[in-house]
Design a binder for this molecule. Structure first.
Ligand SMILES: C[S@@+](CC[C@H](N)C(=O)[O-])C[C@H]1O[C@@H](n2cnc3c(N)ncnc32)[C@H](O)[C@@H]1O
Length: 285
């Protein structure tokens, strides 16, 4: 096959291949892959579109595109994912941060701003790449930031991101609130735990096939970890402090019921831009 001569032509070829492979965003993904293959950012790719692509650039672009055609997530191929204003390193050890989680971050920032203490203690449970706690620390540097995860590999990734970004976060390994003593209390606890039912067929499709199962699936039809957090977080919240949880689009009613039953007050769910109730908030009395 005759290889395309210019970067523009190579970009078009990648886009067509990705489209044929079923990508939802073939233009964006083609730019990202060509950027990784050439070391050029989007504006440089536009400015230098008529440059002839070198043989090694074509070969690298072809290799990356084959991986994507085989279904590997674009974030794993690039080793990065943008979240909020941060550029995070990601690996198969952690969940790829999702744009939906930015709603949780927005609400967490509002809760920090509503806290009267100068250095609110904020805890992120199941931090993965560190997406939530690192964004909160970057946006509100005065917080005392703490995060946990059961997975040592995910924690390594989160620590690496914190170091790269120069953000001071305490990371602890363990199951949900197990790393804390009864007297450890926070001004806010936030979590995006696993919430997919173990038999959900989505787990065998798309990007999810490449992500850690323990970051995605939870027992009790996906509600088990949410329930554990709801039941145990109350002991570690200061009076009036909120718990903010992300959950599945059809789990809000169950999450609200469990929070009310556990004794939280002002329990409410909020909708994402698509209109789904994706987060639920409740406060310790
Ligand atoms: C859905 S991912 C969320 C990752 C990250 N917070 C985000 O929003 O991108 C859930 C995280 O919870 C962690 N996890 C799963 N079970 C856990 C448990 N029992 N205790 C603590 N962390 C757990 C997983 O390792 C994973 O990093």
């Amino acid at each position: 096959m005759e290889m395309p001569a210019t970067l523009d032509a190579l970009l078009r070829e990648l886009r067509d291949r990705l489209q044929a492979a079923g990508s939802d965003e073939p233009g964006l993904e083609a730019r990202l892959l060509l950027g990784a293959a050439t070391g050029l950012d989007t504006s440089a790719l536009i400015a230098r579109g008529l440059d002839v692509a070198s043989a090694s650039q074509r070969e690298r672009a072809d290799t990356l595109c084959r991986r994507r055609e085989a279904g590997e997530p674009i974030a794993h191929i690039l080793g990065r994912r943008a979240f909020w204003t941060l550029d995070l390193e990601v690996s198969p050890a952690c969940l790829i941060p999702r744009p939906e989680t930015e709603l949780l971050v927005e609400q967490a920032i509002a809760a920090i701003d509503a806290c009267e203490r100068a250095h609110p203690r904020v805890l992120d449970l199941g931090t993965g790449s560190g997406a939530i706690i690192l964004t909160l620390k970057a946006e509100r540097p005065a917080i005392e930031a703490v995060a946990t995860d059961r997975s040592p590999d995910a924690l390594r990734q989160a620590r690496a991101n914190a170091n790269t970004l120069g953000l001071d976060v305490t990371f602890l390994q363990g199951a949900w609130l197990a790393p804390f003593k009864p007297e450890d209390a926070f001004d806010m606890i936030v979590s995006n735990p696993p919430y997919i039912a173990p038999d959900d067929p989505h787990l065998t499709r798309g990007d999810l096939r490449f992500e850690p199962r323990e970051a995605l699936a939870a027992p009790e039809a996906g509600l088990g970890d949410l329930y554990t957090i709801i039941d145990t977080a109350l002991l570690h919240l200061l009076p009036d402090a909120p718990l903010l949880l992300e959950h599945g689009f059809d789990q809000a009613r169950d999450v609200r019921a469990r929070m009310q039953q556990a004794g939280y007050r002002e329990v409410q769910s909020l909708r994402d831009p698509a209109g789904h109730e994706r987060i639920t908030i409740g406060s310790r009395p």
